[in-house]
Design a protein. Structure first.
Length: 462
């Protein structure tokens, strides 16, 4: 038994020693390579949009890859990769540049690695979207309740969406032809976004904040409403806001202190043939109106009735014309709280009338004959406007000069304006600068800004 135990112990020790030696030998061997049946898929794939419609797609290089197959699909945000790819390419670097893509469009891209004597990798994919166009602009200064938007003539669009308010304005053929839309029904002191759409595509986007609405809480009146009745029912401090259009009303009787204002400063409502008569203790503020005395009774624009005390008179941003007796009549000893007249244009208030003859050009000067047709001496402000024919995006006309002249009754005065480079300075869209332009121009002249009362002379500048 002792012999057997000794032999068993020796055997166990021998095995333990062999195992220990074997374990030390395995730890000294190093793994220097691993062989795989196929290449790894590309990782860290990303797209960078450059110049709005260019996508630079990159990924991390795959060990063992000699090239990469790249496919791009259009309108495939869900990465279905069905149908024919828009473009297929093979590249050796870990980058693919896609140019000439469509605006505001979803794309999907997939990449796989390829190598020599090894199975290609599986696809790696991503999606991206190109930027939208920026065709939409605000035509002029915004107003509290409306905005005029424009885009280049000839560009197709179907609708404009305004938020907040979820206003969808479907563009009419007339608006499409002019590239201009006027949006009304806005609220003052509000941040708005307008999006120009062509179907589902965005072609432009602008943001702005409307100014504070001074007519908030006003009574809105249209040319079809009874303005006289509205004023009769008004209380002290009421604001009467007139929508654009022509109001044919002979007399406005003001018995309280009220404000009569146009809703739009750019499209002023016209009070045609209107005389404004103020009763005792009444006052009035007139703002953003055209007061045209044509067809009136012949009195002054504003006539004060008999009384000993009147409220304030304020006239701002108005055009007053064709009142041959003047703008204001007070024939009694009275007290008016205050009179303020600002930013107004007057013409045809000189107790006489003027006629404009046919202009001509002499020695680079425009010569305009102006005749005083009345029986009283008077002053006239002769105005020169310029219009560049064929300029779809420029102003209808722009003021280039004016002169105040005294003309005796029955006399004719020749009023001259130099035609120099400043006269024909215009915005050049090709250089984005203001410079003297050549082409066909209308030289428009008269004593008013009203197109119907102006005359013109065609001029070609080399």
């Amino acid at each position: 038994m002792k012999i057997m135990n000794r032999l068993f112990k020796n055997t166990i020790l021998g095995v333990s020693y062999a195992l220990a030696v074997s374990a030390c030998s395995d730890q000294s061997e190093q793994i220097t390579s691993i062989d795989y049946e196929r290449l790894f898929s590309p990782i860290n794939m990303k797209s960078e949009i450059k110049n709005d419609t260019v996508s630079d797609v990159t990924w991390t290089s795959v060990t063992g890859a000699s090239s990469y197959d790249v496919e791009i699909y259009e309108e495939d945000a869900n990465m279905a990769f069905s149908g024919t790819p828009l473009k297929v390419s093979s590249v050796t670097a870990a980058e693919a540049l896609f140019t000439g893509l469509a605006w505001d469009t979803d794309y999907s891209v997939r990449v796989k690695a390829k190598g020599e004597n090894i199975t290609e990798s599986k696809w790696t994919a991503l999606t991206f979207k190109t930027n939208h166009e920026r065709l939409l602009t605000i035509a002029d200064d915004t107003e509290p309740r409306e905005v005029t938007l424009q885009w280049p003539i000839g560009q197709t669009a179907t609708a404009i969406i305004i938020t907040p308010g979820d206003i969808t304005h479907n563009i009419t053929p007339e608006e499409l032809a002019t590239g201009t839309v006027r949006i009304t029904g806005l609220t003052g002191k509000t941040a708005y976004t307008a999006t120009l759409k062509n179907g589902k595509k965005t072609r432009g986007l602008v943001t702005w904040t409307t100014p504070i609405d001074p007519l908030s809480g006003a009574t809105l009146v249209t040319p079809q409403d009874d303005l006289a009745a509205v004023l009769t029912a008004a209380s002290d401090g009421d604001i009467i806001a007139l929508q654009e259009g022509t109001y044919n009303i002979a007399t406005i009787n003001v018995t309280k202190s009220v404000i009569i204002a146009g809703v739009s400063a750019k499209r002023k409502p016209v009070l045609q043939g209107t005389i404004i008569k103020l009763d005792n203790n009444a006052g009035v503020e007139l703002k953003n109106l055209i007061l045209d005395g044509t067809g009136s009774t012949g009195d002054q624009t504003i006539v004060y009735a008999a009384g000993d005390n009147f409220g304030a008179l304020a006239i701002d941003g108005c055009e007053i014309k064709n009142y041959t007796k003047g703008a204001l009549y007070v024939n009694y000893k009275t007290k008016i709280k205050s009179i303020s007249i600002t930013n107004c244009l007057y013409h045809g208030l000189s107790f006489t009338s003027f006629a404009y003859g046919k202009a001509k050009i002499e020695h680079n000067d425009l010569i305009i004959p102006v005749t005083n047709r009345g029986d009283r001496d008077g002053e006239e402000v002769v105005q020169l406007y310029v219009q560049r024919l064929g300029d779809q995006n420029g102003p209808n006309k722009t003021l280039r000069g004016f002169k105040r002249v005294f003309i005796a009754a029955g006399d004719t005065c020749l009023v001259s304006f130099p035609l120099n480079e400043e006269t024909f300075n215009w915005w050049d869209t090709s250089t984005n600068t203001v410079r003297p332009m050549s082409g066909q121009f209308n030289l428009i002249y008269g004593g008013t800004s009203d197109d119907q009362e102006l005359k013109s002379l065609l001029f070609h500048r080399e």
